[in-house]
Design a protein around this ligand. Structure first.
Ligand SMILES: [Zn+2]
Length: 568
C-alpha cells in the first residue's frame, strides 16, 4: 500500500526467484510475510571477544503486522549456533525454525492480527565470517591497533546484515529504531550508530549502549578499538545544532584533528548542494577502521590513513559522507538502483572540488573518472538484481555505477542547469523541494523515481536520455563528417535508440550549441577553419582515444605480468 506499482512487482519477482543462498547475498527478495510487517525496533546485544574471535549475540526484534500473520521469516547466517529462539516468550524448538540457505522460516505460536506487534528473540554465538578483503568482500576484520590493543570492524554491504544479526536482509528491511549494547574488553571503545545512551563499566568488560533512528540494514557495524574522541557541536546553515564526533585511534590525535577540521566545510557543502544533514537528531560521526571505509550511518568508517593528495581534502571521508544523503536518507529500493547511491556519491567529489577550489579541480577529477568507465554491462537491468547471485554477477555493471554514474550526472547537470539539477537531487533525497530539519523522513527510491523527478523539474521528457545511458552498456557515439562548407554531426546509439542530446561545437572563434533534433546537427565551417566537438567536455560519449589508451595499458600490464611470471 502506498508503494509504487513497479516496486511491488519487483519485490514479488525477486521473491519468486529467491531459492538461492541468503548468506553471501543481499536483497534477494523479501518474503510475503516480511513485506507484511513494520519493523519497529531491533535491540541488539553483541558481546565481542577479540581473543577468541567470537561473537555472542542477543537480538530482540519487534514487528507490527500490516495484515494478519501466521508465519514469519528472518535471514541469518547459519554459521551461528542458536541457543534460544522464542516468539513473544514462547520457545521454538530447533526443528520448528529450520535455517534453509540462510533464511529461517517459522510458524508464529499464535496468529498475529493486523496492527498487533510480536517480538522475536534470538540468542546466538559463533565466529563471524572473516572478511577476505574488506570492505569489498564483507565480514569482520580482527586487527591489532598500532598501540597493541584489539582493533575490530565489520563491513557487510554486499552480503548483508545477516552476517551479524538475524534481520530482513533487503534494502527495504530497515528497522525504525536500532538499540545496540556492545560489550567489549574493558578499556576499549565500541563506537556505533546514533546516540550514545551510556557505558556500563564492569571489571573485565565495558558495554556501550547506542540508539539510532532507522539505520540502513548494512549500516549496523561493529567498530571497536582503543579510541579517543574529538567532539564538538556543529551549527548548520539551517539553524540546528548537532554533535560532531570523531573516534580516532589512540596515538593519531594530531592527524585526526586535521581531518576533523575538514568536516564542517564538507557538511556545509552538502547542506548547500543538497539539503539538511538527515541525522542531526543522532550525530555526525566518523570512526577510524582497519578497512578503507563504508557509509555506516552516523558512524562512517574511515580507513584512508589520513593520506594527502593534490586536491587538498580527504576524498574517502567526503565520499562516505555523501552516502548519508545518497544511501542512508535515500535508499535504493533494490540493488538494481545502486547507481543512485554510488553515482551520486561519486559525483559529490568533483562537485565539492568545484565549490572549494574552482573549475580546474572539477575538470581534472572528471577526466580521472572518465578513464575508469568500463562499459561492460548496462547500469540498470530493469529487474530485481540482488547482490551476490550468479545471475547478478553475470550482468554486474561493476564500478560503472560510480564513474559512469557520475558522468551521467555531469552531463545531465550541464543540460538542465545547476538550479534544476539541485531540485532533482532534492526530490530524490527528500521527496520535496523545501527540505528543512524535521520535515522529511528516510525514503526508498528507484531509478524510475529519479527520471520522474528530472521530468517534473524540467517539464520535459528525459526518458530517452536515461534509456541510452543507463540501459545500454555502449556509450553513444558522435559521428562527425566534414564536407565543403559543412560540419555534420550524428548521434549513433546502441539499438538505434533516439538520442537528441544537444552538443556544443567550437568553429573558428565561435562556440555554438547544436540542438541535435532527431539526433542530427549541422554547422557551417569555412575552408581552413578548425573545430572542436564539445570543447568543455560536458557530454558523456564514446571516446576512441580513451578506449585505445585503456587497451594499450591492459596489453602492457599483461606483458609485465607475464615477464614477472617468467622470472619466478
Ligand atoms: Zn560509495
Amino acid at each position: 500500500m502506498g508503494m509504487p506499482l513497479l516496486l511491488v512487482s519487483l519485490i514479488f519477482m525477486s521473491a519468486a526467484a529467491a531459492a538461492a543462498d541468503h548468506t553471501m547475498t543481499s536483497g534477494l527478495g523479501m518474503s510475503p510475510e516480511q513485506q507484511a510487517v513494520v519493523f519497529e525496533q531491533a535491540e541488539l546485544g553483541f558481546v565481542v571477544d577479540p581473543a577468541a574471535k567470537s561473537l555472542n549475540g542477543d537480538a530482540v526484534l519487534t514487528f507490527r503486522a500490516k495484515s494478519p500473520l501466521s508465519r514469519f521469516a528472518l535471514e541469518f547466517d547459519p554459521r551461528y549456533a542458536i541457543s534460544a529462539f522464542d516468539v513473544d516468550g514462547v520457545a521454538l524448538a530447533a526443528k520448528d525454525r529450520p535455517n534453509n540457505e540462510g533464511r529461517i522460516e517459522f510458524a508464529l505460536p499464535k496468529a498475529v492480527a493486523t496492527g498487533a506487534t510480536f517480538k522475536v528473540h534470538v540468542s546466538y554465538n559463533g565466529k563471524p565470517l572473516v572478511a577476505k578483503r574488506a570492505p569489498w568482500d564483507g565480514g569482520i576484520v580482527w586487527a591489532t591497533a598500532p598501540t597493541g590493543e584489539p582493533w575490530v570492524a565489520t563491513a557487510v554491504e554486499g552480503e548483508g546484515c545477516d552476517l551479524l544479526w538475524p534481520c530482513i536482509d533487503h534494502p527495504m528491511g530497515k528497522p525504525q529504531r536500532v538499540i545496540q549494547h556492545v560489550t567489549v574488553p574493558a578499556g576499549l571503545t565500541a563506537a556505533s550508530n546514533g546516540r550514545l545512551l551510556g557505558v556500563d563499566k564492569n571489571d573485565k568488560t565495558w558495554t556501550w549502549n547506542w540508539s539510532a533512528r532507522q539505520p540502513d540494514t548494512y549500516a549496523i557495524a561493529l567498530n571497536i578499538g582503543p579510541y579517543e574522541l574529538l567532539h564538538n557541536d556543529y551549527r548548520s546553515r539551517y539553524g540546528n545544532v548537532m554533535p560532531m564526533d570523531f573516534y580516532y585511534l589512540r596515538g593519531n590525535r594530531a592527524k585526526a584533528e586535521g581531518l576533523y577540521a575538514e568536516l564542517p566545510t564538507m557538511l556545509d557543502f552538502f547542506e548547500e548542494a543538497i539539503g539538511p544533514y538527515p541525522w542531526s537528531d543522532d550525530k555526525v560521526g566518523v570512526v577510524e577502521t582497519p578497512h578503507l571505509g563504508m557509509e555506516h550511518q552516523t558512524i562512517n568508517a574511515y580507513g584512508n590513513d589520513y593520506k594527502k593528495d593534490i586536491n587538498g581534502y580527504d576524498w574517502l571521508m567526503q565520499h562516505e559522507f555523501a552516502h548519508e544523503w545518497f544511501g542512508n536518507q535515500m535508499t535504493n529500493a533494490d540493488f538494481d538502483d545502486f547507481w543512485l547511491h554510488e553515482g551520486f556519491a561519486m559525483y559529490m567529489q568533483p562537485l565539492y572540488l568545484e565549490w572549494l577550489r574552482g573549475r580546474m579541480y572539477y575538470d581534472a577529477e572528471m577526466l580521472r573518472q572518465r578513464g575508469l568507465i568500463a562499459g561492460k554491462h548496462p547500469m540498470v537491468a530493469g529487474h530485481s538484481r540482488p547482490n551476490g547471485t550468479p545471475e547478478s554477477d553475470a550482468i554486474d555493471p561493476g564500478t560503472d555505477v560510480y564513474y559512469k554514474g557520475a558522468w551521467i550526472l555531469h552531463t545531465l547537470r550541464h543540460q538542465i542547469g545547476d538550479r534544476a539539477f539541485r531540485e532533482t537531487m532534492r526530490l530524490l533525497v527528500y521527496g520535496r523541494l523545501d527540505p528543512k530539519p524535521g520535515n522529511f523522513k528516510p525514503r526508498y527510491a528507484t531509478t524510475r523515481d529519479y527520471v520522474d523527478a528530472v521530468n517534473k523539474v524540467t517539464g520535459r521528457d528525459w526518458n530517452w536520455f536515461f534509456d541510452v545511458y543507463l540501459r545500454s552498456a555502449v556509450m553513444p557515439r558522435l559521428d562527425v563528417q566534414r564536407s565543403v562548407g559543412k560540419l555534420k554531426l550524428r548521434w549513433i546509439t546502441d539499438g538505434d535508440r533516439p538520442f537528441p542530446l544537444p552538443v556544443e561545437v567550437r568553429v573558428g572563434e565561435r562556440k555554438l550549441r547544436l540542438a541535435m533534433t532527431g539526433g542530427h546537427g549541422e554547422v557551417a565551417i569555412a575552408a581552413g577553419q578548425s573545430y572542436t566537438i564539445d570543447p568543455d567536455n560536458l557530454v558523456l560519449r564514446d571516446a576512441p582515444e580513451i578506449t585505445a589508451w585503456k587497451a594499450d595499458a591492459a596489453t602492457r600490464a599483461k606483458a609485465a605480468a607475464d615477464k614477472n611470471k617468467g622470472k619466478q
